[in-house]
Design a protein around this ligand. Structure first.
Ligand code: ADP
Ligand code: ZN
Ligand code: ZN
Length: 817
């Protein structure tokens, strides 16, 4: 009897591969364990065991495996079933899913590059001989390939050694960027609690009569607190009281003053006690009751709660119950909403039961979370994560929360698997018989429609917590303002006046502009030429700080030009504007204000957002300018004004969701204003103040927007009525691409007729020197989506067999929106 295993390789190949194992190995192996296998001439891959059996492959001779890698499965059976569903539904390979799902440390291969980890701190004696050899080599060579390691230790099977070295943190994998987290620890000062009552303070001041400098400090602290209602920095106090740091230190030693760091104390300080936030108000209570009711009939419930209605606190209650039952909870949210703000908030309630899974975290952190989940360890009972955390090894999932369920970033576009995390989470929950709560202030048209149809349960929260009013929205007609010369740069007189007022009250402002950079285009006044990217069909974007013109698609850049590249004229002018320009104009309009910018240029790195958000929370920034990342569920207490610099460029996207998205975006940005005491104000600058969507957004008319949109979708055959599969074709040779795509789309039309649209060139028709054509297949409501996919797969097979089309890349995108 001979023994074989079918394995999943982390590469985009349709089939599973079969390898031969010994009887002992067959006995030992289980589905979900990893093995190292040879592939091709010299490659070694880490593969995942799928099936153990006795049937030799018919088309090739099975090679023996190289090495066993695990003592226990690293992937759970339900997880594997879910991966298979993803591969099938989103038309990719199981290898694509495998590769996307596991941390790279699980996927050593012969080409992997390793480097020394400078944080390694164990004594060298902690290393075994073979480990030490690798360690030694890394002292002399900065990088090593896995193949080279094999020569160093004179052995073929190096993965076990490398795995041990990874565990001991001796080495890093090259693609990992490690960033040391340096929380910003600002020193703050306050009166120690015994002295906060008025009579005790009086006694204290009397006692300090003999130490006038110390008394001065206490008095100044008192006036500062009263005047600013903000945490007081030690530095600030020393300056105000005109004393040296020694005096403050004496008071701290005497336990009159207390020093604290906001990084640690932030959650407590924000003004609301953690204990109080646990008691739901009547509306939240009612919502919770209704959610429970809904769960009797529905597996999925949609919670439509306006911004700041206290949805998160409702989630917390649901989580508490699941935890009490020993179940796992997955809390999904868009990448950019995954801030320390929310992490701290949940940790405040659930302590170390909360684990965060984030692509910006190091491999070690991710492996740790993975293992905790696989072992159903309480340390990862609540997993907070972005999109890819639906691929984790849950074994006992009870609840999935999808916060901001309307967010586009739940959909992965590139590379495969091109899955939608919300939809994949619903399927995952079904497999676990778990419940799902979708939450949003502006639900997607699809989810809202599902709720209306009765497919999902539906619960509303219409009131902001603490009865804070919804912000007041004002549409400002900038065409009119331009005519009347009431514009200063890109600021209308209305917006300027509101900013002035808010600043004078010591409150904060958020300004939104949906474009980074300084100005999208620099155009020649004389001949109309603007600099183009040589690799892509787009104009270069002007970045003022770097004095560069950059391509946002491929990263190509050149130095800023003083004269036209085409005619040499020096009359150049900017068209459109981005966040950088808003920031520059602001600085000259409000020279005394602290201004900062938050967009993908200023938030690189793991803690990029954190730094800016923390500074804004601590009111070191008065005005924050940013792109959409400002819209994501952030909770700033002191923001009373939000300005949308130009609403029109939101509306003009060539996409059937453009209007829905604009509504969502405006509502979400607006939701950052006036979350507490004062009613917030939102100024929306636009050339089209009478545009339907702007009107609806400014009057908070979600239902009107939904009704209009769903009617349009029905009329023009879009989701949720028709399903969409987009096929993208790419090649460097435009002629060949055109022919090939025509061949493919003709075949599609033979099967699906007029429900096939294209080939069509996208707005940017060439990226990194590859031309692009799209074909869209619309699937009518009654047609089986499975059959459609089977047909598409068949056509693709025939296509790939045609020699002259071989080089054309095809990308399939199911539910491409
Ligand atoms: P949403 O998630 O709907 O935007 P949040 O849950 O963030 O709203 O709540 C908005 C603010 O109101 C938060 O600062 C939160 O701490 C506070 N809040 C919500 N519910 C309560 C409650 N029951 N008791 C005390 N504070 C609450
Ligand atoms: Zn480019
Ligand atoms: Zn010119």
């Amino acid at each position: 009897m001979r023994y074989y295993i079918d394995v999943i390789l982390p590469i985009p190949i349709e089939k599973l591969f079969t390898y031969e194992v010994s009887e002992n190995e067959a006995d030992y192996l289980k589905q979900g364990m990893r093995v190292a296998v040879p592939f091709g001439k010299k490659k070694i891959y880490t593969a995942l065991v799928f099936r153990i059996h006795n049937e030799p492959p018919s088309l090739y001779e099975a090679k023996p495996i190289d090495q066993l890698l695990d003592e226990a499965p690293i992937v759970s059976p339900t997880q594997l079933e879910h991966w298979l569903w993803i591969a099938d539904y989103y038309m990719c390979t199981i290898g694509d899913v495998f590769k996307a799902a596991v941390p790279s440390a699980f996927l050593l291969e012969s080409e992997t590059i390793i480097t020394k980890n400078d944080k390694f701190s164990l004594p060298e004696t902690a290393l075994k001989d073979d480990e030490w050899l690798v360690y030694e080599a890394l002292q002399h060579q900065p990088v090593l390939k896995v193949q080279e390691v094999s020569q160093i230790i004179d052995r073929k099977n190096v993965f076990p050694v490398l795995n041990r070295l990874l565990d001991k943190q001796v080495l890093n994998l090259k693609e990992e960027v490690y960033e040391q987290y340096k929380p910003k620890l600002v020193r703050y000062i306050r009166l120690a609690s015994p002295y906060t009552s008025e009579d005790r303070l009086q006694v204290l001041l009397n006692e300090l009569n003999r130490a006038p400098k110390q008394k001065e400090v206490v008095l100044n602290l008192f006036t500062l607190e009263a005047a600013t209602r903000k945490p007081i920095k030690v530095k600030e106090l020393e300056e105000k009281a005109k004393v040296s740091s020694g005096v403050v230190k004496t008071l701290i030693d005497k336990e009159v003053l207390q020093e604290y760091h906001l990084q640690v104390d932030r959650v407590q300080y924000a003004g609301h006690e953690t204990k109080a936030s646990k008691v739901l108000n009547e509306f939240q209570m009612e919502a919770l009751k209704q959610i429970d009711e809904n769960y009797k009939k529905h597996q999925v419930t949609l919670l439509h709660g306006v911004t700041s209605s206290g949805k998160t606190e409702v989630y917390v209650k649901l989580i508490e119950r699941m935890i009490a039952q020993g179940k796992q909870v997955l809390y999904l949210l868009p990448e950019i909403a995954l801030t320390t703000q929310l992490i701290h908030r949940l940790q405040n309630y659930f302590g170390n039961k909360v684990s965060v899974y984030h692509s910006k975290y190091s491999v070690n952190e991710r492996v740790e979370v993975w293992n905790h989940i696989m072992e159903n360890n309480t340390k990862a009972q609540i997993v907070l994560g972005a999109r890819s955390s639906v691929l984790l090894p849950f074994t006992n999932l009870g609840l999935v929360i999808v916060d901001e369920e309307h967010e586009t970033s739940f959909k992965q576009f590139d590379p495969a698997p091109r899955y939608h995390a919300r939809d994949a989470a619903i399927v995952l929950a079904m497999m676990h018989k778990a419940r799902v709560l979708l939450g949003s202030a502006t639900p997607s048209v699809e989810s809202y429609y599902n709720a209306k149809l009765g497919k999902y349960g539906f619960v509303e929260l219409n009131r902001r917590f603490g009865n804070a009013l919804m912000p007041e929205m004002e549409l400002v007609d900038i065409k009119e303002k331009h005519k009347k010369k009431r514009m200063n740069g890109h600021f209308s007189d209305r917006l300027i006046k509101e900013i002035e007022e808010v600043l004078s009250e010591g409150e904060q402002v958020i300004l939104f502009q949906n474009r980074r950079g300084f100005a999208p285009i620099i155009e020649c006044e004389t001949c109309g030429h603007s600099a183009q990217c040589p690799n892509c069909d787009v104009s270069l974007t002007y970045h003022r700080y770097k004095k560069q013109l950059r391509c946002h698609y491929c990263g190509y850049h050149i130095a800023e030009q003083r004269s036209c590249l085409s005619c040499g004229s020096s009359e150049l002018n900017t068209k459109g504007f981005g966040t950088e320009q808003v920031e520059v104009e602001l600085k000259s309009l409000f020279p005394n204000a602290n201004i900062a910018r938050m967009d993908s240029d200023t938030t690189k790195g793991k803690y990029g957002y954190e730094k800016i958000i923390t500074a804004f929370e601590q009111h070191e920034i008065d005005i924050l300018v940013g792109t959409q990342m400002l819209t994501k569920g952030l909770d700033f207490r002191n923001v009373t004004l939000v300005g949308i610099m130009n609403a029109d460029n939101l509306l003009n996207h060539p996409d059937f969701r453009a209007h829905e998205r604009s509504f969502q975006l405006i509502q979400q940005v607006a939701g950052r204003a006036g979350r507490t005491r004062k009613r917030g104000k939102v100024i929306v600058q636009t050339y089209n103040p009478y545009h339907q969507i702007l009107q609806q957004a400014s009057m908070h008319k979600f239902l009107d927007m939904f009704t209009d949109q769903i009617n349009e979708r029905k009329q023009y055959k879009y989701p949720p009525f028709y399903r969409l599969i987009k096929l993208t074709f790419k090649n460097r040779d435009y002629q060949k691409l055109h022919e090939g795509t025509n061949w493919f789309s003709t075949s599609l039309k033979n099967s699906f007729g007029s429900n096939v649209l294209g080939p069509e060139q996208p707005p940017v028709g060439r990226i990194r020197n590859e031309y692009i054509l799209n074909v869209l297949v619309k699937i009518p409501p009654k047609r089986s989506i499975k059959e459609v996919k089977t047909t598409i797969r068949k056509i693709k097979k025939s296509f790939e067999a045609i020699p002259q089309y071989k080089a054309i890349r095809i990308i399939l995108n199911v539910d491409n929106y």
